[in-house]
Design a protein around this ligand. Structure first.
Ligand code: GDP
Ligand code: MG
Length: 219
């Protein structure tokens, strides 16, 4: 057993750089367009039903939500603001661009980025922008192609190959990718292993390499 992320809990939501927790320890950021399945992916990886719903207040989605991975005080999962339905005024958009760009450029604790994408609509502008921030900074990124249950096995495999090729051409070897389904729990162990490694948390004995859908990952 032993899921290193099982004891993640809500810590705070930051609307401005001044509200970020001290820049210490290790953190992994999660990005995704609205409705891509990011909250569901976080909950599946942490084996919790409502972790990522804590701060889900309509109209206040523009915040960086920090989940502390207990018992550690300095390991965090960071839920980045999504992009999509909400019509955001231009000046607020500019504020967010600057906040996120600055976070990626300067956050010392940031160890990696997970980009959650609907397997049927991967690599949209927002996804590429987030991947670009990580790669420019020299940070590793990992793409989850989620809702894989919506495609058959063959469809998922095709989508994975296409995205892998695209990522390789655009970003070289810095971005890995796997299929995922929060509904069917496909690829959860694999995603958790990547995030745990970036956080410096060992996967429990017997869990790493258990092989659930391990064919999907590119190292
Ligand atoms: N079929 C399927 N639906 C999913 C999956 N993950 C999320 N969803 C659904 O997609 C919608 C958006 O999910 P949510 O996690 O809130 O997305 P977020 O906006 O990116 O945080 C919800 O209706 C979820 O039930 C999945 O793996 N498979
Ligand atoms: Mg969400």
């Amino acid at each position: 057993m032993s899921n290193p992320l099982a004891r993640a809990r809500y810590r705070l939501a930051a609307h401005t750089p001044a509200q970020l927790p001290p820049d210490l320890g290790y953190e992994v950021a999660f990005a995704g367009r609205s409705n891509a399945g990011k909250s569901s992916a976080l909950n599946a990886m942490c084996q919790q039903n409502a972790l990522a719903r804590v701060s889900k207040t309509p109209g206040r989605t523009q915040q960086l939500v920090f989940f502390q991975v207990e018992p550690h005080e300095d390991r965090h999962l960071v839920d980045l603001p999504g992009y999509g339905y909400a019509k955001v005024p231009k000046d607020l958009q500019a504020h967010w661009q600057a906040f996120i760009a600055g976070y990626f450029a300067r956050r010392g604790a940031l160890r990696g980025l997970v980009v959650v994408m609907d397997i049927r609509h991967p690599l949209r502008d927002y996804d590429r922008q987030m991947l670009g921030y990580a790669v420019e900074r020299g940070l590793p990124a990992h793409a989850l192609l989620t809702k894989a249950d919506k495609l058959g096995r063959g469809g998922s495999a095709n989508a994975l190959q296409a995205v892998r090729r695209d990522l390789k051409a655009a970003y070289g070897d810095g971005v890995s990718v796997q299929v995922f389904s929060a509904l069917q729990k496909t690829g959860v162990d694999e995603a958790r292993a990547v995030v745990s490694r970036w956080l410096g948390l060992a996967q429990g004995a017997g869990e790493a390499g258990s092989g659930e859908n391990s064919a999907g990952t590119q190292a």
